[in-house]
Design a protein. Structure first.
Lengths: 138, 404
Protein backbone atom coordinates (compact mmCIF):
# COMPACT_ATOMS: atom_id res chain seq x y z
CA UNK A 1 0.00 0.00 0.00
CA UNK A 2 1.07 3.58 -0.70
CA UNK A 3 2.08 5.80 2.22
CA UNK A 4 -0.05 8.47 0.57
CA UNK A 5 -3.20 6.41 1.19
CA UNK A 6 -6.46 8.36 1.30
CA UNK A 7 -6.71 7.87 5.08
CA UNK A 8 -3.35 9.60 5.54
CA UNK A 9 -4.09 12.40 3.09
CA UNK A 10 -7.51 12.92 4.68
CA UNK A 11 -5.93 13.48 8.10
CA UNK A 12 -3.32 15.77 6.47
CA UNK A 13 -5.93 17.91 4.71
CA UNK A 14 -8.39 17.94 7.62
CA UNK A 15 -6.35 17.32 10.78
CA UNK A 16 -8.15 16.28 14.00
CA UNK A 17 -7.52 18.08 17.28
CA UNK A 18 -5.26 20.68 15.65
CA UNK A 19 -5.61 23.64 18.01
CA UNK A 20 -3.64 24.92 20.96
CA UNK A 21 -5.18 24.59 24.47
CA UNK A 22 -5.25 27.61 26.79
CA UNK A 23 -4.52 25.80 30.06
CA UNK A 24 -2.65 22.57 29.44
CA UNK A 25 -1.01 20.51 32.19
CA UNK A 26 2.02 20.39 29.93
CA UNK A 27 3.10 21.72 26.51
CA UNK A 28 5.99 20.33 24.58
CA UNK A 29 7.51 20.89 21.13
CA UNK A 30 9.80 18.66 19.06
CA UNK A 31 11.31 18.97 15.61
CA UNK A 32 12.64 16.61 13.02
CA UNK A 33 15.72 18.65 12.07
CA UNK A 34 16.48 16.69 8.92
CA UNK A 35 13.13 17.62 7.36
CA UNK A 36 12.02 20.66 9.32
CA UNK A 37 8.82 18.98 10.60
CA UNK A 38 7.60 20.59 13.84
CA UNK A 39 4.97 19.52 16.37
CA UNK A 40 3.77 21.11 19.62
CA UNK A 41 1.48 19.10 21.89
CA UNK A 42 -0.70 20.40 24.75
CA UNK A 43 -1.97 17.78 27.22
CA UNK A 44 -4.53 18.18 30.00
CA UNK A 45 -4.05 15.36 32.49
CA UNK A 46 -6.39 14.55 35.41
CA UNK A 47 -5.88 11.60 37.74
CA UNK A 48 -3.27 10.18 35.39
CA UNK A 49 -5.60 10.31 32.37
CA UNK A 50 -5.44 12.38 29.19
CA UNK A 51 -8.69 14.34 29.34
CA UNK A 52 -7.89 16.86 26.61
CA UNK A 53 -5.29 17.20 23.91
CA UNK A 54 -4.45 19.89 21.38
CA UNK A 55 -1.57 20.33 18.98
CA UNK A 56 -0.12 22.49 16.26
CA UNK A 57 2.58 21.88 13.73
CA UNK A 58 4.01 22.22 10.25
CA UNK A 59 5.61 19.62 8.04
CA UNK A 60 5.04 16.84 5.58
CA UNK A 61 1.82 14.87 5.16
CA UNK A 62 3.15 11.90 7.13
CA UNK A 63 4.23 13.86 10.21
CA UNK A 64 1.02 15.89 10.37
CA UNK A 65 -1.36 13.00 9.62
CA UNK A 66 0.34 10.80 12.21
CA UNK A 67 -0.15 13.48 14.89
CA UNK A 68 -3.77 13.89 13.89
CA UNK A 69 -4.40 10.13 14.15
CA UNK A 70 -2.48 9.83 17.42
CA UNK A 71 -4.47 12.66 19.00
CA UNK A 72 -7.66 10.62 18.46
CA UNK A 73 -5.97 7.43 19.60
CA UNK A 74 -4.73 8.63 23.00
CA UNK A 75 -7.66 10.71 24.20
CA UNK A 76 -8.87 9.21 27.50
CA UNK A 77 -5.87 6.91 27.80
CA UNK A 78 -3.81 6.75 30.99
CA UNK A 79 -0.25 7.94 31.30
CA UNK A 80 0.66 4.30 31.79
CA UNK A 81 -0.96 3.38 28.45
CA UNK A 82 1.09 6.10 26.80
CA UNK A 83 4.27 4.81 28.41
CA UNK A 84 3.67 1.47 26.73
CA UNK A 85 3.02 3.05 23.34
CA UNK A 86 5.81 2.14 20.90
CA UNK A 87 6.93 2.52 17.33
CA UNK A 88 5.04 -0.58 16.19
CA UNK A 89 1.78 0.88 17.52
CA UNK A 90 2.29 4.04 15.44
CA UNK A 91 3.04 1.97 12.35
CA UNK A 92 -0.08 -0.13 12.99
CA UNK A 93 -2.13 3.05 13.46
CA UNK A 94 -0.87 4.51 10.16
CA UNK A 95 -1.47 1.22 8.36
CA UNK A 96 0.96 2.06 5.54
CA UNK A 97 4.54 0.92 5.02
CA UNK A 98 7.04 3.42 6.47
CA UNK A 99 10.42 3.35 4.72
CA UNK A 100 13.83 4.30 6.12
CA UNK A 101 13.58 7.81 4.64
CA UNK A 102 10.37 8.64 6.46
CA UNK A 103 10.47 6.94 9.86
CA UNK A 104 11.27 10.17 11.71
CA UNK A 105 8.31 11.87 10.01
CA UNK A 106 6.04 9.05 11.18
CA UNK A 107 7.42 8.91 14.73
CA UNK A 108 7.71 12.63 15.50
CA UNK A 109 4.23 12.51 17.12
CA UNK A 110 5.27 9.68 19.44
CA UNK A 111 8.55 11.41 20.28
CA UNK A 112 6.70 14.63 21.14
CA UNK A 113 4.05 12.95 23.32
CA UNK A 114 6.64 10.83 25.18
CA UNK A 115 8.76 13.88 25.91
CA UNK A 116 5.70 15.91 26.94
CA UNK A 117 5.05 13.30 29.64
CA UNK A 118 8.69 13.28 30.70
CA UNK A 119 8.70 17.09 30.87
CA UNK A 120 5.59 17.01 33.07
CA UNK A 121 7.33 14.58 35.43
CA UNK A 122 10.43 16.78 35.50
CA UNK A 123 12.54 14.09 33.82
CA UNK A 124 15.13 14.61 31.13
CA UNK A 125 14.02 14.13 27.53
CA UNK A 126 14.43 10.84 25.74
CA UNK A 127 16.63 10.82 22.65
CA UNK A 128 15.57 9.75 19.18
CA UNK A 129 17.46 6.49 19.63
CA UNK A 130 15.09 5.65 22.51
CA UNK A 131 12.03 6.48 20.41
CA UNK A 132 13.14 4.65 17.31
CA UNK A 133 14.14 1.03 17.07
CA UNK A 134 15.71 0.54 13.70
CA UNK A 135 14.71 -2.82 12.30
CA UNK A 136 14.91 -4.34 8.89
CA UNK A 137 11.26 -3.81 8.04
CA UNK A 138 11.85 -0.07 8.10
CA UNK B 1 23.52 15.62 -26.61
CA UNK B 2 22.88 11.94 -27.32
CA UNK B 3 26.61 11.37 -27.11
CA UNK B 4 26.90 13.15 -23.75
CA UNK B 5 24.02 11.11 -22.36
CA UNK B 6 25.58 7.89 -23.63
CA UNK B 7 28.74 8.79 -21.70
CA UNK B 8 26.84 8.60 -18.39
CA UNK B 9 25.87 4.98 -17.58
CA UNK B 10 23.35 5.75 -14.81
CA UNK B 11 21.13 7.78 -17.15
CA UNK B 12 19.92 4.48 -18.65
CA UNK B 13 18.27 3.50 -15.35
CA UNK B 14 14.49 3.26 -15.28
CA UNK B 15 12.04 3.24 -12.36
CA UNK B 16 8.84 1.23 -12.93
CA UNK B 17 9.29 1.89 -16.62
CA UNK B 18 9.90 5.62 -16.13
CA UNK B 19 13.23 7.02 -17.33
CA UNK B 20 15.54 8.63 -14.78
CA UNK B 21 15.09 12.41 -14.81
CA UNK B 22 17.97 13.56 -12.65
CA UNK B 23 17.53 17.21 -11.66
CA UNK B 24 19.51 17.14 -8.41
CA UNK B 25 22.92 18.06 -9.81
CA UNK B 26 23.59 20.65 -7.10
CA UNK B 27 23.67 17.79 -4.57
CA UNK B 28 25.92 15.61 -6.68
CA UNK B 29 26.45 15.00 -10.38
CA UNK B 30 26.34 11.69 -12.22
CA UNK B 31 29.60 10.22 -13.45
CA UNK B 32 30.82 9.75 -17.04
CA UNK B 33 32.12 6.33 -18.06
CA UNK B 34 35.57 7.93 -18.54
CA UNK B 35 35.75 8.70 -14.80
CA UNK B 36 34.64 5.23 -13.73
CA UNK B 37 37.06 3.58 -16.19
CA UNK B 38 40.00 5.74 -15.10
CA UNK B 39 39.45 4.78 -11.45
CA UNK B 40 39.11 1.07 -12.24
CA UNK B 41 42.18 1.21 -14.47
CA UNK B 42 44.18 2.83 -11.66
CA UNK B 43 43.31 -0.03 -9.28
CA UNK B 44 43.92 -2.64 -11.99
CA UNK B 45 47.28 -1.40 -13.26
CA UNK B 46 48.83 1.37 -11.13
CA UNK B 47 47.72 0.89 -7.53
CA UNK B 48 50.33 1.59 -4.84
CA UNK B 49 50.84 4.28 -2.23
CA UNK B 50 52.02 7.58 -3.70
CA UNK B 51 55.27 9.22 -2.58
CA UNK B 52 56.20 6.06 -0.68
CA UNK B 53 58.51 3.36 -1.98
CA UNK B 54 60.83 3.14 -4.94
CA UNK B 55 59.13 0.38 -6.89
CA UNK B 56 57.46 0.77 -10.25
CA UNK B 57 53.88 0.88 -8.98
CA UNK B 58 54.71 3.49 -6.33
CA UNK B 59 56.13 5.60 -9.13
CA UNK B 60 53.00 5.21 -11.27
CA UNK B 61 50.74 6.10 -8.33
CA UNK B 62 52.85 9.16 -7.55
CA UNK B 63 52.75 10.31 -11.16
CA UNK B 64 48.98 9.81 -11.26
CA UNK B 65 48.49 11.95 -8.14
CA UNK B 66 50.79 14.71 -9.35
CA UNK B 67 49.26 14.66 -12.87
CA UNK B 68 45.88 15.22 -11.29
CA UNK B 69 47.28 18.14 -9.27
CA UNK B 70 48.57 19.74 -12.48
CA UNK B 71 45.23 19.20 -14.23
CA UNK B 72 43.46 20.99 -11.36
CA UNK B 73 46.07 23.77 -11.46
CA UNK B 74 45.45 24.36 -15.17
CA UNK B 75 41.68 24.12 -14.68
CA UNK B 76 41.77 26.84 -11.99
CA UNK B 77 44.45 28.92 -13.75
CA UNK B 78 46.57 28.75 -10.59
CA UNK B 79 50.18 29.94 -10.78
CA UNK B 80 51.80 26.85 -9.22
CA UNK B 81 50.91 23.17 -8.74
CA UNK B 82 51.86 23.47 -5.04
CA UNK B 83 48.88 25.77 -4.62
CA UNK B 84 46.56 22.80 -5.09
CA UNK B 85 45.92 20.77 -1.92
CA UNK B 86 43.84 17.58 -2.04
CA UNK B 87 41.33 16.97 0.77
CA UNK B 88 38.38 14.64 1.14
CA UNK B 89 35.74 17.30 0.44
CA UNK B 90 34.99 20.98 0.01
CA UNK B 91 33.94 20.95 3.67
CA UNK B 92 37.35 19.65 4.77
CA UNK B 93 39.04 22.33 2.63
CA UNK B 94 37.11 25.10 4.40
CA UNK B 95 37.82 23.54 7.81
CA UNK B 96 41.52 23.34 6.97
CA UNK B 97 41.63 27.09 6.31
CA UNK B 98 39.42 27.98 9.31
CA UNK B 99 41.40 25.88 11.78
CA UNK B 100 44.75 27.01 10.42
CA UNK B 101 44.16 30.75 10.08
CA UNK B 102 42.30 31.15 13.36
CA UNK B 103 45.26 29.93 15.42
CA UNK B 104 46.69 33.43 15.04
CA UNK B 105 43.39 35.26 15.64
CA UNK B 106 42.15 36.93 18.82
CA UNK B 107 38.67 37.81 20.08
CA UNK B 108 38.79 41.30 18.56
CA UNK B 109 39.09 39.80 15.07
CA UNK B 110 36.10 39.34 12.79
CA UNK B 111 34.97 37.15 9.89
CA UNK B 112 32.45 38.24 7.27
CA UNK B 113 29.95 35.69 5.88
CA UNK B 114 26.91 36.07 3.65
CA UNK B 115 23.46 34.77 4.59
CA UNK B 116 23.58 32.74 1.34
CA UNK B 117 26.24 30.37 2.71
CA UNK B 118 25.92 26.59 2.98
CA UNK B 119 26.38 25.15 6.50
CA UNK B 120 29.86 23.99 5.44
CA UNK B 121 30.89 27.63 5.07
CA UNK B 122 29.16 28.67 8.32
CA UNK B 123 29.80 26.01 10.96
CA UNK B 124 33.64 26.04 10.71
CA UNK B 125 33.49 29.80 11.35
CA UNK B 126 31.03 29.31 14.24
CA UNK B 127 33.60 26.90 15.68
CA UNK B 128 36.24 29.63 15.32
CA UNK B 129 33.87 32.02 17.09
CA UNK B 130 33.44 29.50 19.93
CA UNK B 131 37.14 28.83 20.28
CA UNK B 132 38.69 32.24 19.69
CA UNK B 133 35.77 34.55 20.50
CA UNK B 134 35.93 36.16 17.03
CA UNK B 135 32.89 38.05 15.73
CA UNK B 136 30.89 36.80 12.75
CA UNK B 137 29.55 39.69 10.66
CA UNK B 138 26.79 38.87 8.18
CA UNK B 139 26.00 40.27 4.74
CA UNK B 140 22.24 40.27 4.19
CA UNK B 141 20.37 39.94 0.88
CA UNK B 142 17.86 42.21 -0.86
CA UNK B 143 14.35 40.90 -1.60
CA UNK B 144 15.56 39.73 -5.03
CA UNK B 145 18.21 37.58 -3.35
CA UNK B 146 21.21 39.65 -4.41
CA UNK B 147 23.75 40.61 -1.77
CA UNK B 148 23.39 43.90 0.03
CA UNK B 149 26.72 45.35 -1.10
CA UNK B 150 26.24 48.48 0.97
CA UNK B 151 25.91 46.22 4.00
CA UNK B 152 29.11 44.44 2.95
CA UNK B 153 31.02 47.70 2.84
CA UNK B 154 29.63 48.67 6.23
CA UNK B 155 30.81 45.47 7.93
CA UNK B 156 34.18 45.74 6.19
CA UNK B 157 34.63 49.05 7.96
CA UNK B 158 34.49 47.14 11.26
CA UNK B 159 38.27 47.49 11.06
CA UNK B 160 39.45 44.11 12.29
CA UNK B 161 38.06 41.84 9.59
CA UNK B 162 40.53 39.01 8.97
CA UNK B 163 38.62 37.09 6.34
CA UNK B 164 35.58 37.19 4.04
CA UNK B 165 34.13 33.73 3.33
CA UNK B 166 31.76 33.86 0.37
CA UNK B 167 30.00 31.45 -1.95
CA UNK B 168 30.55 31.70 -5.70
CA UNK B 169 26.95 30.57 -6.23
CA UNK B 170 24.15 30.06 -3.70
CA UNK B 171 23.01 26.45 -3.60
CA UNK B 172 19.39 27.56 -3.01
CA UNK B 173 18.84 30.80 -4.93
CA UNK B 174 21.55 30.41 -7.57
CA UNK B 175 22.68 33.96 -6.80
CA UNK B 176 26.28 34.64 -7.88
CA UNK B 177 27.85 37.37 -5.73
CA UNK B 178 30.13 39.90 -7.50
CA UNK B 179 33.29 38.08 -6.43
CA UNK B 180 35.87 40.27 -8.11
CA UNK B 181 34.48 43.48 -6.65
CA UNK B 182 34.17 41.90 -3.20
CA UNK B 183 37.72 40.55 -3.29
CA UNK B 184 39.14 43.95 -4.27
CA UNK B 185 37.22 45.67 -1.47
CA UNK B 186 38.19 43.02 1.09
CA UNK B 187 41.85 43.30 0.15
CA UNK B 188 41.68 47.09 0.38
CA UNK B 189 40.37 46.62 3.93
CA UNK B 190 43.20 44.22 4.76
CA UNK B 191 41.08 41.05 4.78
CA UNK B 192 41.69 37.73 3.06
CA UNK B 193 38.98 36.07 0.94
CA UNK B 194 37.91 32.43 0.79
CA UNK B 195 35.60 31.51 -2.10
CA UNK B 196 33.37 28.43 -1.69
CA UNK B 197 33.11 27.37 -5.34
CA UNK B 198 31.36 24.02 -4.73
CA UNK B 199 28.27 25.03 -6.73
CA UNK B 200 29.92 27.13 -9.42
CA UNK B 201 32.77 24.84 -10.46
CA UNK B 202 30.89 22.69 -13.01
CA UNK B 203 29.05 25.60 -14.59
CA UNK B 204 31.37 28.52 -15.21
CA UNK B 205 35.02 29.33 -15.79
CA UNK B 206 36.86 29.99 -12.54
CA UNK B 207 40.21 31.75 -12.83
CA UNK B 208 41.82 32.16 -9.41
CA UNK B 209 44.59 34.37 -10.75
CA UNK B 210 42.13 36.79 -12.34
CA UNK B 211 39.84 36.71 -9.29
CA UNK B 212 42.84 37.19 -6.98
CA UNK B 213 41.07 35.21 -4.23
CA UNK B 214 43.30 33.95 -1.42
CA UNK B 215 41.60 30.57 -1.01
CA UNK B 216 39.10 28.68 -3.13
CA UNK B 217 37.48 25.35 -2.34
CA UNK B 218 35.41 22.79 -4.23
CA UNK B 219 34.61 19.07 -4.30
CA UNK B 220 35.11 16.52 -7.05
CA UNK B 221 31.67 14.98 -6.93
CA UNK B 222 29.80 18.12 -8.00
CA UNK B 223 32.11 18.31 -11.02
CA UNK B 224 31.17 14.93 -12.58
CA UNK B 225 34.01 13.35 -10.54
CA UNK B 226 34.00 10.91 -7.62
CA UNK B 227 33.06 11.52 -4.00
CA UNK B 228 35.87 11.47 -1.43
CA UNK B 229 38.02 14.15 -3.01
CA UNK B 230 38.02 17.90 -2.49
CA UNK B 231 40.40 20.66 -3.44
CA UNK B 232 41.80 23.62 -1.60
CA UNK B 233 43.46 26.30 -3.71
CA UNK B 234 45.54 28.74 -1.69
CA UNK B 235 48.10 31.37 -2.64
CA UNK B 236 51.49 29.76 -2.08
CA UNK B 237 52.72 32.40 0.36
CA UNK B 238 49.64 31.95 2.53
CA UNK B 239 49.82 28.14 2.43
CA UNK B 240 53.45 28.31 3.49
CA UNK B 241 52.54 29.98 6.79
CA UNK B 242 49.24 28.13 7.37
CA UNK B 243 49.49 25.39 10.04
CA UNK B 244 48.37 21.88 8.96
CA UNK B 245 45.01 20.40 10.03
CA UNK B 246 46.05 16.74 10.18
CA UNK B 247 49.26 15.37 11.63
CA UNK B 248 50.57 12.07 10.27
CA UNK B 249 52.55 10.42 7.53
CA UNK B 250 53.81 12.45 4.57
CA UNK B 251 53.08 15.86 6.07
CA UNK B 252 56.36 15.93 7.98
CA UNK B 253 59.90 17.09 7.35
CA UNK B 254 61.56 15.35 10.30
CA UNK B 255 60.09 13.61 13.33
CA UNK B 256 61.86 13.16 16.68
CA UNK B 257 60.56 11.85 19.97
CA UNK B 258 59.87 15.38 21.20
CA UNK B 259 59.17 17.47 18.09
CA UNK B 260 58.55 17.50 14.35
CA UNK B 261 58.97 19.79 11.38
CA UNK B 262 56.47 20.01 8.55
CA UNK B 263 56.97 19.22 4.88
CA UNK B 264 56.73 21.89 2.21
CA UNK B 265 53.39 22.75 0.60
CA UNK B 266 51.24 21.01 -0.47
CA UNK B 267 52.46 17.83 1.31
CA UNK B 268 52.19 19.67 4.67
CA UNK B 269 48.39 19.51 4.36
CA UNK B 270 48.15 15.98 2.98
CA UNK B 271 48.78 13.86 6.07
CA UNK B 272 47.82 10.21 5.62
CA UNK B 273 47.33 8.24 2.43
CA UNK B 274 45.62 10.40 -0.16
CA UNK B 275 42.45 9.44 -2.09
CA UNK B 276 44.51 8.32 -5.08
CA UNK B 277 41.87 6.67 -7.25
CA UNK B 278 39.62 9.64 -6.52
CA UNK B 279 42.36 12.04 -7.65
CA UNK B 280 42.62 10.00 -10.86
CA UNK B 281 38.83 10.18 -11.21
CA UNK B 282 38.86 13.95 -10.70
CA UNK B 283 41.57 14.28 -13.35
CA UNK B 284 39.40 12.29 -15.79
CA UNK B 285 36.30 14.32 -14.88
CA UNK B 286 38.07 17.61 -15.64
CA UNK B 287 39.35 16.16 -18.93
CA UNK B 288 35.82 15.04 -19.81
CA UNK B 289 34.22 18.38 -18.90
CA UNK B 290 36.81 20.56 -20.64
CA UNK B 291 36.17 18.87 -23.99
CA UNK B 292 33.16 21.24 -24.03
CA UNK B 293 33.58 25.01 -24.10
CA UNK B 294 32.25 27.10 -21.21
CA UNK B 295 30.21 29.03 -23.78
CA UNK B 296 28.44 25.88 -24.92
CA UNK B 297 27.88 24.67 -21.35
CA UNK B 298 26.42 28.01 -20.24
CA UNK B 299 24.27 28.31 -23.35
CA UNK B 300 22.82 24.83 -22.88
CA UNK B 301 22.19 25.18 -19.14
CA UNK B 302 20.68 28.67 -19.56
CA UNK B 303 18.29 27.34 -22.17
CA UNK B 304 17.19 24.60 -19.77
CA UNK B 305 16.72 27.03 -16.90
CA UNK B 306 14.70 29.50 -18.99
CA UNK B 307 12.41 26.64 -19.90
CA UNK B 308 12.23 25.54 -16.24
CA UNK B 309 11.21 29.08 -15.21
CA UNK B 310 8.51 29.18 -17.92
CA UNK B 311 7.07 25.79 -16.98
CA UNK B 312 7.11 26.29 -13.21
CA UNK B 313 5.66 29.81 -13.31
CA UNK B 314 2.52 28.36 -14.93
CA UNK B 315 1.78 26.09 -11.96
CA UNK B 316 -0.84 27.64 -9.62
CA UNK B 317 0.34 28.21 -6.05
CA UNK B 318 4.00 27.71 -6.99
CA UNK B 319 6.43 30.43 -5.87
CA UNK B 320 9.99 30.53 -7.20
CA UNK B 321 12.34 31.90 -4.53
CA UNK B 322 13.96 35.15 -5.71
CA UNK B 323 13.42 34.44 -9.43
CA UNK B 324 16.47 35.40 -11.42
CA UNK B 325 15.69 37.65 -14.39
CA UNK B 326 19.30 37.39 -15.58
CA UNK B 327 19.56 36.42 -19.27
CA UNK B 328 21.97 33.69 -18.16
CA UNK B 329 20.13 32.17 -15.22
CA UNK B 330 22.08 30.06 -12.74
CA UNK B 331 21.79 26.29 -13.18
CA UNK B 332 19.46 25.91 -10.18
CA UNK B 333 16.32 27.35 -8.67
CA UNK B 334 14.20 26.62 -5.59
CA UNK B 335 10.46 26.92 -5.07
CA UNK B 336 7.59 26.35 -2.66
CA UNK B 337 4.00 25.28 -3.38
CA UNK B 338 1.06 26.33 -1.18
CA UNK B 339 -0.11 23.45 1.01
CA UNK B 340 2.47 20.99 -0.30
CA UNK B 341 5.50 20.00 1.75
CA UNK B 342 8.67 19.51 -0.34
CA UNK B 343 9.26 16.04 1.11
CA UNK B 344 5.87 14.78 0.02
CA UNK B 345 6.27 16.35 -3.42
CA UNK B 346 9.72 14.92 -4.06
CA UNK B 347 8.77 11.49 -2.74
CA UNK B 348 5.84 11.26 -5.15
CA UNK B 349 7.89 12.60 -8.09
CA UNK B 350 10.72 10.24 -7.14
CA UNK B 351 8.47 7.26 -7.81
CA UNK B 352 8.20 8.52 -11.40
CA UNK B 353 11.99 8.62 -11.65
CA UNK B 354 12.13 12.41 -11.25
CA UNK B 355 14.83 13.42 -8.76
CA UNK B 356 14.53 16.82 -7.11
CA UNK B 357 15.95 17.88 -3.75
CA UNK B 358 13.73 18.82 -0.80
CA UNK B 359 14.50 20.36 2.56
CA UNK B 360 16.58 23.24 3.79
CA UNK B 361 19.57 22.25 1.61
CA UNK B 362 22.01 22.82 4.51
CA UNK B 363 21.12 26.51 4.61
CA UNK B 364 19.00 26.98 7.73
CA UNK B 365 20.00 30.65 8.24
CA UNK B 366 18.96 31.46 4.65
CA UNK B 367 15.64 29.58 4.97
CA UNK B 368 14.95 31.41 8.24
CA UNK B 369 15.77 34.70 6.46
CA UNK B 370 13.31 33.78 3.68
CA UNK B 371 10.72 32.79 6.29
CA UNK B 372 10.16 29.24 5.02
CA UNK B 373 10.91 25.89 6.68
CA UNK B 374 11.90 24.06 3.50
CA UNK B 375 11.90 24.30 -0.28
CA UNK B 376 12.19 22.13 -3.38
CA UNK B 377 15.23 22.59 -5.62
CA UNK B 378 15.72 21.91 -9.32
CA UNK B 379 19.32 21.88 -10.55
CA UNK B 380 20.54 20.99 -14.02
CA UNK B 381 23.76 19.60 -15.38
CA UNK B 382 25.36 19.32 -18.78
CA UNK B 383 23.44 16.13 -19.66
CA UNK B 384 19.88 17.34 -18.93
CA UNK B 385 17.39 17.92 -21.75
CA UNK B 386 14.26 19.97 -22.38
CA UNK B 387 12.37 16.66 -22.80
CA UNK B 388 13.14 15.91 -19.14
CA UNK B 389 11.69 19.28 -18.11
CA UNK B 390 8.55 18.47 -20.12
CA UNK B 391 8.21 15.23 -18.13
CA UNK B 392 8.54 17.19 -14.90
CA UNK B 393 5.95 19.71 -16.08
CA UNK B 394 3.55 16.83 -16.76
CA UNK B 395 4.04 15.01 -13.44
CA UNK B 396 4.35 17.99 -11.08
CA UNK B 397 0.71 19.17 -11.27
CA UNK B 398 -0.44 15.54 -10.79
CA UNK B 399 1.61 15.22 -7.61
CA UNK B 400 0.37 18.59 -6.32
CA UNK B 401 -3.25 17.65 -7.02
CA UNK B 402 -2.82 14.52 -4.95
CA UNK B 403 -1.48 16.35 -1.93
CA UNK B 404 -3.58 19.53 -1.87
Amino acid sequence: MDIYAETILDHYRRPKGKMRLSQPSVSHAETNPACGDELTVDLVIHDGKIVDLGWDGTGCAISQAAMSMLSEEIMGKSEKDLEALAQKDIYAMLGVPIGPRRFKCALLCLHTVKNALRTKRGESKQSWTETVHITEDQ
Amino acid sequence: MDRIRQDIPILKETFDGNPLVYLDNAATTQKPRAVLDAMTRFYETDNANAHRGMHVLAERATIALEDSRRTVQTFLHAAHPEEIVFTKSCTESINLVARGLSQAWIDADAIILSILEHHSNIVPWLQVKEERGCDLLWIDIHDDGTLNMQGFEEVLRHGTVKLVAITAQSNVLGIRPPLKEMIQKAHAAGALVLVDAAQAMAHEKIDVTELDCDFLTFSGHKLYGPTGIGVLYGKRKLLETLPPLLGGGMMIGEVFTDRFTTADVPAKFEGGTQPLAEAVGLDAAIDWLTQFSWDDITKHESLLMKKAYDLLQKIPGLTILCPNPNPNPSPLLSFTIDGVHPHDLTEILGRKGICLRAGHHCTQPLHRRLGIPASTRLSVGIYNTTTELDLLAKELPEAVKRLQ
